[in-house]
Design a protein around this ligand. Sequence first.
Ligand code: ADP
Ligand code: MG
Length: 226
Amino acid sequence: MTRLALDDITLTYPDGDRTLVALDRVSLTVEAGEVRAVTGASGSGKSSLLAVAGLLQRPDSGSVLLDGVELTGRTRREETRIRRERIGFVFQQANLLSSLTALEQLQMAARITGRRGPAVDARCRELLAAVGLERETARRPHQLSGGQRQRVAIARALVNDPALLLVDEPTAALDSARSRDVVALLARMTHEEQVATVLVTHDLDTLDLTDSRTELADGRVLAALA
Ligand code: ADP
Ligand code: MG
């Protein structure tokens, strides 16, 4: 069963007396355990595609299917529940809460879905260890490097065992060595956790670490590899 399918998605924004077509009949699939890179120039629709896949933006037409189940046409409440329970997000900035330790960032994300207790805490520690932060669990964001903060964000995005991981330019604020480490980590976690990952990136040097690629131009799929 295909994990994520975007089927013939069109998304427009009002733009004065015209409409701007941000996504023009875009289709793609991502399987569990696959990292699909989405590339393209600035303004080509990459973030719009993630917003539609993440139920943050409703498309004008087309379908979003998760494990074969249609997600379009839901109520806001259902969209929020699906987003919290089944989708993890990682953005350019780690967006950590400055007063919380690394461990607490993950516990907070679990609590939003009503999960707490020793088993949840053990899972949080396991994920922090998996991203290489076993010794940093008690540190707050200002005590972590940029790369370490992004690792916390990746662990946090996985804490509710999502089906789908949506990642928007996670390495934009990092140097090239750190960028490669973060993409390699995303690939490893995707394989280990059997999540389907969409990785928006302009960093062509890390594409060898991904499994497949969709290139956008002006809101259209220019090329899809594998
Ligand atoms: P990318 O992430 O590839 O840079 P985006 O998906 O952010 O591209 O944007 C695609 C197009 O949609 C651009 O022309 C952008 O200006 C436009 N756009 C994005 N978000 C909005 C919005 N909320 N309102 C109006 N236009 C938008
Ligand atoms: Mg963008």
